[in-house]
Design a protein around this ligand. Structure first.
Ligand code: AMP
Length: 403
């Protein structure tokens, strides 16, 4: 049985067709530049050469039609007909404080996605367009929505409430929501499965370190705190996002540099983070290469990042009253041993001890999963490649009772 995973952006539509018996990917791809000039579909059928299709694609419905045409194409397709797609799983950013778990798409769910347009202005409208495009193109195929915020909905009020007048939380829904929830959920579950352990009684910090980075405290398998907030801007310094800064910096800079709200948003989201500090790149590979050549600000940016990861691990150990496991995932977490080592150094008092050889073995591009802590480390430290698509596919199968 096959499940199609759709991740719709404002001008893009990423997809993966997963065969659920052995959870293998049959094909994946991305429609880019929807509704703008030179749209293109890049399609990777497993075991066949990659194809690029350039065609006029005016909206998400047209993009979805092309995806289906491509999946069933006699030459580069991977299935014979659309009937071979049992269900569609959609990635959706923001479920606000109404959605705690993955849900079967119905009118009520679409209403919640719409109600949260303001909280996820770049993603929620596009996610809904993806759902509506599928409804048009494959009206009889059931759909599930999997929300990035859902896993964090178990946080207690003291973790999600900001110290602003309470009526503004009530009126504007301003609170911590957290993001990358599907990734944090996937890696925390995966670790428990690897160790053959029950969630009950476990205290874990999951570090999703990529271009956007977030950390979660996962106690008894449930999220009790996370570093991203109302938006994905809070928390660690990221590729080009500033992460947590003194809020007074915002008004100070707006006054001194005469910036509008839009300009300030661009400053904090696109010009800051390790890019802003180093002045050279948001990509950790570039920063590592520059730092090795003696670029001081590249080294500073890397140090700031690892230091911030370390602080969150310590804070969340305090929040959970102890620590059993740390998991590293996503682009940096999976591929950058030096960041993992630096983030864990100095945490020996918590019982964290990295085995440098094991850590260096899980190097860039190897895609491996495994333990990197020393045999006498009290805390187990692991690298687990994230797989949000598979998590969405599993939720889809489970919720629709397709097993
Ligand atoms: P992500 O947002 O999860 O795709 O992560 C992107 C970040 O991971 C970038 O800063 C990359 O520099 C970093 N990274 C380091 N090594 C690799 C690698 N081998 N493949 C992909 N990303 C990498």
């Amino acid at each position: 049985m096959n499940v199609l995973i759709v991740n719709a952006g404002s001008s893009s539509l990423k997809y993966q067709l997963i065969e659920m018996e052995d959870e293998s990917i049959l094909a994946k791809g991305n429609v880019e530049r929807i509704g703008i000039e030179d749209p293109v579909l890049k399609h990777e059928p497993m075991g066949k050469p990659e194809v690029k299709i350039s065609k006029d694609i005016k909206d998400h419905t047209k993009a979805m039609e092309l995806v289906i045409e491509t999946l069933v194409h006699p030459e580069y397709g991977v299935i014979k007909s659309m009937d071979e797609i049992a269900a569609v799983g959609h990635r959706v950013l923001h479920g606000g404080d109404k959605i705690f778990e993955s849900v079967v798409v119905d009118e009520e769910v679409k209403k919640v996605i719409k109600e949260n347009f303001e909280l996820g202005p770049l993603h929620n409208p596009a996610n809904l367009m993806g759902i509506e495009a599928c409804e048009q193109v494959m009206p009889n195929t059931p759909m599930v929505a999997v929300f990035d915020t859902a896993f964090h909905q178990t946080m207690p009020p003291e973790a999600y409430t900001y110290a602003i007048p309470y009526e503004d939380y009530e009126k504007y829904s301003i609170r911590r929501y957290g993001f990358h929830g599907t990734s944090h959920r996937y890696v925390s579950k995966r670790l428990l499965k690897l160790l053959n352990k029950d969630a009950e009684g476990t205290k874990m910090v999951t570090c999703h370190l990529g271009n956007g980075s977030s950390i979660a405290a996962v106690k008894d398998g449930k999220c009790i705190d996370t570093s991203m907030g109302l938006t994905p801007l809070e928390g660690l310094p990221m590729g080009s996002r500033c992460g947590s800064i003194d809020p007074a910096i915002v008004t100070c800079l707006m006054e001194r540099k005469k910036l509008s709200t839009d300009e300030m948003n661009i400053y904090m989201n696109k010009k800051s983070g390790v890019l802003g500090v180093s002045g050279i790149s948001s990509d950790f590979r570039d920063l590592e290469a520059a730092a090795a050549d003696g670029h001081e600000r590249a080294q500073l940016a890397l140090n700031m990042f690892s230091y911030s990861v370390k602080k969150y691990i310590g804070a969340y150990a305090a929040a959970m009253g102890g620590l059993d496991y740390i998991v590293f995932t996503a682009g940096i977490g999976e591929n950058t041993p030096s960041i993992r080592e630096d983030a864990c150094s100095g945490l020996e008092y918590l019982g964290v001890k990295i085995d440098k050889t094991k850590n260096n073995e899980i190097a860039a591009g190897c895609g491996a999963e495994g333990e990197i802590s020393a045999s006498d480390s009290k805390v187990g430290v692991y690298v687990i490649p994230t797989n949000e698509e598979l998590m969405i596919a599993r939720d889809t199968v489970e919720l629709l009772g397709l097993k």
